[in-house]
Design a protein around this ligand. Structure first.
Ligand code: ADP
Ligand code: MG
Length: 698
């Protein structure tokens, strides 16, 4: 039996530990920094560092690390020990406020998109006191931001914190207009549901593609796929359940509110959802969750696959980003109120989100664009690549009413006379029905569903916070100058809904009709990563980031380059792995199989011409043809991959080349490979099959 309350957060330097271990003054100074972002005095930092060190050492730590999130999307850490030599050849364990708050790190080994070339090579990490330090495997982990010495942002945390500040400032401005002067801080919250696959480690080890690229590059469909729909919410298998139990325990110790777990649609696929928390903490915790999943799976003889599409023809994995705004006074700004005047405020925030999503479809789309996610979006298992919003029938009716009627208030009374006293109390089951929408209102929050399973949730939330903050700021400018706030607010809401209604779509996002309809409405359909990322450096976007102090132009361009070159690199590695598998394993295996088949035919014929060998001959002919096609495509892929070197430096051109001339050939090669696998005897095929992998864990 696990005593959850007693283990929860025991590896975290949280409120409770701070209260116990810091003197009153230090504690309140630190709290002020955490809550209001006030800068920290070095004396206070020294006290905090000392307390952290003692706590960590008592818990068996010898090292500390500044833990940061470079633009690679994974986390980085460099461990230093607390050890300090003293005169008599002995050592003491030391940790200063300076070491806690600032660390040096060579920025050159991390992607910087050209920033470092023009500026300085060194980078530094700076403590983020708003995310708790924690302990993992004998080290004290200190969440930090990472930037260059000249101040350019080199990570995913700094812009996230900036975007959280922006949305707070602008929301507070709006709330003041509603008379809510006691609100001083608005927090963007996130709950990220994480999907993943578990397969047996032995199978994983035999697949080069999984090991090097995270997904299968070859593999014919299993005889049993997900068509029976018997896995979703099905009984959890013993090994998986043991894994989940240990995972939960580990996450709880790290102060992560892991809450629900269940099987997903595909065989071997599962999901974990934590309870929501502030965007910054949710981002750190999601990174930690992914890392912990991998480590614990290994301990249980399994491998955790976080790739968006590990198996073709089987649902891939995503991450739902549940997002809301709450005030320091405890109000959820996306919760429709009971009273009409509260509804006005809710509708204004709703209008801001509607406008923001419509005007910045490109940014939301590109924030989830990766080579892996390209396999999912629009493939009837994940939302389409077109960004639209689902509000649910109740809310859409209200939006329609507001748009149609000049006098919204009088219509409000019409709504009343139909029995609706105020806003309906949205039930989850009525608002959450549409699973095909990329961006759905689910009662008191929005669920952004286009995220791939492996990405950091940082970028999508930077975008969300920034675009909504920017819109709220425009609203505040208008409303602060209005003579009559109430009527100005009403007409702003109406105008906004009228102008941005095209983004609202409650129907089935998987249909071809929607694609045609979306085109008519003028919505963007950015089908793949290069198409989406192209928009990062659009003038309107650079201006948006500059206006909101999230990124300067150099920083936007750096991100654009890094993400595009990451796309190209991923495909290059996949192509290289495919060529290796094709040449070293698959070709020889099929050649051997056909050779032995030919021998069999010959020897059967030698016995007597009366022995029928026509089926073997047919198979031999088919396989030989396929093999020759396979070899030709392998060569073509090899050639196209080598040509990529001559493309020059434009990251967009390169990415487009990889998409059109490398990935496309990979798909052709795979089709031939999979056909051969289907027809070949199991004993000759060099890799575990889809069936072996998907049903490997019992
Ligand atoms: P689903 O039906 O989408 O699987 P779940 O209830 O499993 O829904 O998960 C919903 C996620 O949304 C959880 O992580 C939950 O903590 C989070 N969530 C709930 N309320 C809010 C909110 N107000 N703001 C942000 N996230 C929330
Ligand atoms: Mg969900």
């Amino acid at each position: 039996m696990i005593d959850v309350p007693s283990i929860f957060g025991i590896d975290v330097f949280n409120e409770q530990v701070m209260k116990e271990r810091l003197d009153k003054e230090t504690y309140s100074a630190l709290k002020a920094t955490i809550k209001n972002g006030e800068s920290l005095d070095i004396k206070v930092a020294n006290c905090v560092a000392e307390a952290m060190k003692n706590w960590a050492i008592e818990k068996g730590c010898t090292h500390y690390t500044h833990w940061f999130q470079p633009m690679t999307g994974i986390t980085a850490e460099k461990h230093d020990s607390f050890l300090t030599p003293i005169d008599n050849g002995k050592v003491i364990m030391e940790f200063s406020g300076k070491e806690l708050t600032k660390g040096e790190s060579d920025a050159s080994s991390f992607p910087n998109g050209g920033i470092r070339a023009t500026f300085e090579a060194r980078g530094y990490t700076a403590w983020d006191p708003t995310s708790y330090a924690f302990i993992k495997e004998g080290s004290l982990y200190i969440p930090t931001a990472f930037m260059s010495y000249t101040g350019e942002v080199l990570d995913k945390k700094t812009p996230l914190l900036r975007s959280m500040d922006r949305i707070s400032v602008e929301s507070v401005r709006i709330l003041k207009l509603f008379g809510k002067n006691d609100v001083t801080r608005v927090t963007a919250n996130v709950g990220a549901e994480q999907e993943y696959f578990l397969i047996d480690r032995k199978m994983y080890d035999k697949r080069k593609d999984l090991k090097y690229t995270g997904r299968t590059l070859f593999g014919a469909r299993a005889t049993k796929g997900q068509e029976l729909e018997d896995h979703y919410f099905g009984a959890i298998k013993n090994r998986v359940s043991a894994f989940m139990k240990e995972l939960d325990e580990q996450l709880w110790k790290l102060g992560i509110y892991s809450k629900t777990k269940h099987n997903e649609v595909a065989p071997a696929q599962h999901e974990l959802a934590p309870i929501f928390t502030t965007t910054n903490i949710a981002t750190d915790q999601n990174q930690l969750t992914m890392e912990t999943m991998k480590t614990i799976a290994r301990k249980h003889g399994m491998s955790c696959l976080l790739h968006e599409k590990p198996f073709a023809d089987v649902n891939g994995s995503g991450k739902h980003n549940n997002w809301s705004l709450s005030t320091n006074t405890g109000e959820n700004l996306l919760k429709p109120g009971k009273k009409p005047e509260e509804n006005q405020q809710f509708l204004l925030f709703l209008a801001a989100v509607v406008k923001a999503v419509d005007e910045h479809q490109d940014l939301l789309r590109l924030s989830v664009a990766t080579a892996g996610n390209d396999h999912r979006l629009g493939a009837n298992e994940a939302p389409p690549a077109i960004i639209s919003m689902y509000l649910g029938d109740d809310l859409e009716a209200i939006v329609d009413a507001i748009i149609k009627h000049e006098d919204y208030e009088s219509h409000g009374r019409v709504l009343l006379s139909t029995g609706v006293e105020s806003m309906p109390d949205f039930k989850k089951d009525t608002s959450d029905r549409n699973r095909t929408s990329p961006f759905a209102f689910t009662g008191n929050k929005f669920e952004f569903r286009s995220l791939g399973s492996s990405i950091s949730i940082s970028c999508p939330n930077i975008m969300l916070n920034t675009i909504v903050a920017d819109t709220l700021s425009q609203f505040a400018d208008i409303l602060e100058n209005a003579d009559n706030f109430n009527s100005a607010c009403r007409s702003l809401i109406r105008k906004t809904f009228r102008e941005h209604k095209r983004i609202i779509f409650n129907g089935d996002g998987y249909t071809d009709e929607w694609i045609a309809e979306a085109q008519k409405r003028g919505l963007l359909n950015l089908k793949n990563t290069p198409d989406a990322l192209k928009h990062y450096i659009d003038k309107k976007n650079i201006e948006l980031f500059e206006r909101n102090h999230i990124y300067g132009e150099t920083e936007v361009r750096a991100r654009y380059e890094i993400l595009l070159s990451n796309y190209s690199k991923v495909i290059a590695i996949e192509a290289q792995t495919m060529i290796n598998m094709a040449k070293k394993d698959i070709f020889p295996a099929v050649s051997k199989f056909t050779g032995e088949l030919a021998q069999t035919i010959l020897s059967k014929k030698a016995v007597s011409t009366a022995i029928l060998v026509d089926e073997e001959e047919k198979l031999l002919e088919k396989m030989s043809k396929l093999l020759s096609q396979f070899a030709k495509l392998t060569d073509k892929l090899d050639k196209n991959l080598s040509n990529a070197k001559n493309l020059g430096n434009d990251p967009l051109k390169k990415a487009q080349y990889y998409r059109d001339d490398v990935l496309c050939v990979m798909n052709e090669l795979r089709a031939v490979g999979d056909e051969m696998e289907t027809d070949m005897s199991t004993e000759y095929w060099p890799y575990p099959s889809y069936g072996d992998m998907l049903y490997s864990v019992q």
